[in-house]
Write a protein that binds this ligand. Structure first.
Ligand SMILES: NC(=O)c1ccc[n+]([C@@H]2O[C@H](COP(=O)([O-])OP(=O)(O)OC[C@H]3O[C@@H](n4cnc5c(N)ncnc54)[C@H](OP(=O)(O)O)[C@@H]3O)[C@@H](O)[C@H]2O)c1
Length: 336
């Protein structure tokens, strides 16, 4: 089978096209003919050697992909041949809290990823996706989509009439905007680009702030809520933005700690947390149960993931390089 491998952790040029033998399906596994995969910032970090958990090389990259089951192991009963599925980011996190043994089996990191014609996955580690989605659209869900769903809805408990704040217009934040609107909540989003803020408005954002031209963006966010503050924030940025999140959140509100897109730092000032009674929680993508709940919501709302550009597998290096420009609004997808 054809696949892409990380040969060296030297950025996109460390990728190579490779040929591997077809995998043999074990009793509790499924074989998926992958049709599309998508890139997350985590994948770009892995490619540069900057990821906390060890990645053995050569490794097939990308956590996010979707395809059709072509073979099931003898003990697999929950899915069948022909099902259209996504791989679950943490193959062994089914439900409840996450433990290290689950985190240590992550697609495209400690386990082989989805940038391949055929992926051997756990029978318990796949999720069927809504009928109205293409493979390319479904391939955006496992990391970016699920992280936003977990943060805002499962952990943040966002409800109709409340307000979410999304920092920047990256993959997680755009899904956060869509989930907030689908839940009947308001969505304020920030960006360094006015053009991206216009795109966000077209997608339903109820408030927009340019964090690059407005150093007091957090105060502006509070004013957009009539002085109350926002109910739930996905902190994908870290750095100085975390202080902004502490300013923007309402008393008793929620901050999901997700990423460090704006760089290192982002220490939490305990005095804010204490005074405002803020609920802070670390978000690790999500479990299979959360993925299934998210897909039910996506099906009900007929929500469409935003795709920026699509590349062929042979052009994977170009796809990663395009992703790293940061110009995208929506996901970079690779079709296989
Ligand atoms: N904990 C988890 O389970 C988990 C899961 C997924 C992602 N993450 C992490 O979350 C972060 C976002 O991931 P992603 O895949 O959505 O990234 P992404 O798509 O690469 O996000 C890119 C966007 O981040 C925004 N950004 C950069 N600096 C910012 C700042 N100072 N303030 C606000 N926004 C800023 C920019 O938005 P504009 O161009 O609009 O300015 C940029 O376009 C990454 O650090 C990733 O590693 C963690």
């Amino acid at each position: 089978m054809k696949c892409v491998e990380i040969a060296t952790t030297t950025g996109p040029d460390g990728l190579r096209l490779a040929e591997r033998p077809m995998p043999t399906v074990g009793p509790r596994q499924v074989l998926v003919r992958v049709h599309a995969a998508s890139i997350n910032y985590r994948d770009a970090m892995i490619l540069s050697g900057g990821h906390a958990r060890g990645v053995d090389l050569p490794r097939i990259p990308l956590s996010d992909g979707a395809g059709e089951i072509i073979e099931v192991g003898s003990e697999v009963t929950r899915v069948k041949k022909g099902d259209r599925v996504c791989g679950s980011f943490f193959q062994r996190w089914i439900d409840g809290p996450v433990f290290p043994e689950m985190q240590n089996h992550a697609l495209g990191g400690t386990a082989e990823g989805m940038l391949t014609e055929y992926a051997l996955l756990e029978g318990d580690g796949v999720v069927t996706f809504p009928d109205h989605l293409s493979y390319a659209e479904a391939a955006t869900l496992p990391c970016a989509g699920l992280t936003a769903w977990h943060g805002l809805i499962e952990a943040g408990g966002l409800r109709a009439g409340e307000t979410a704040l999304l920092l920047g217009t990256g993959g997680v934040s755009v899904f956060g905007l869509q989930f907030a609107r689908a839940a009947g909540a308001n969505a304020i989003i920030t960006s360094s680009s006015d053009a991206k803020l216009e795109r966000a408005k077209a997608l339903g954002a109820t408030g927009t702030v340019n964090y690059a031209t407005n150093p007091k963006w957090a105060e502006t966010v509070v004013s957009l809520t009539g002085g109350r503050g926002v109910d739930a924030i996905l902190d994908v940025a870290g750095g100085d933005s975390t202080r902004g999140a502490l300013t923007a959140v309402r008393h008793g509100g929620f901050i999901g700690i997700i990423g460090g897109r704006s760089g290192p730092g982002g220490e939490l000032d305990r005095s804010f947390i204490l005074r405002k009674g803020i609920n802070v929680r670390g978000i690790n993508v999500g479990s299979r149960a959360m993925f299934e709940a998210m897909n039910r919501a996506i099906a009900t709302a007929k929500l469409k993931p935003q795709i920026y550009k699509t590349f062929a597998m042979a052009d994977s290096v170009a796809a990663y390089k395009d992703f790293l420009t940061g110009k995208q609004f929506g996901k970079v997808v690779i079709t296989i």
